[in-house]
Design a protein around this ligand. Sequence first.
Ligand code: IMP
Length: 197
Amino acid sequence: MTKKTTIYFASSNKNKLNEIKSILRRLQVSSCKLQGAPEGFSVNENGKTFVENAYKKASALSKKLSCTSFADDSGIEIKALDGKPGIKSSRFFRNGKGMYEIVKKLRTKKNRKCCFTCALVVTNEKGQIIFKTKKSWHGKIADKPKGKHGFGYDPIFIIPKLNKTSAEISPKLKNKLSHRAMAIREFAKWLKTSGKR
Ligand code: IMP
């Protein structure tokens, strides 16, 4: 029996790690073991892009533990706001205030296009990139928040095909459609072909 390769996730967010594990299980990637970062691990996310921030997190952990690591970075980009809040989505959210600010700003705008983006980067034990992907989920900003599921900007992200926000659909369906799900599917393909599974 071959030993499972351990890949460390450069985040202390256990929910995110569990979500990633469950998507990978569904995609039948079972022979690599994913492990969270050690308690207190944190990185200054001062990159200029989602990929740069994911790279900073993964490479810092890889170098610290001399291991293969991966990290993701995500956010919402709004066309009428020149792509903002983008990489600053987490800071801009402010317990929901940021979401209401967006709805208000968009009242006078015709273009309601937006997308959630997720970058995922894997680095080797030297901190060098060995895989990266970036996926976007396109939608429209709602005229008011709707729905109780999900987190962050889900209540104002309308999925055009369903005419519902991502907070109005089940977490199971979101895990099939989302930017993160798309990026993880690419990660799974890479795991299956790179011999790390
Ligand atoms: P991070 O990738 O954990 O740094 O997340 C960045 C921020 O983007 C989150 O705190 C949310 O505010 C927002 N965000 C990222 N993905 C989603 C999503 O799937 N739904 C809602 N908000 C999201």
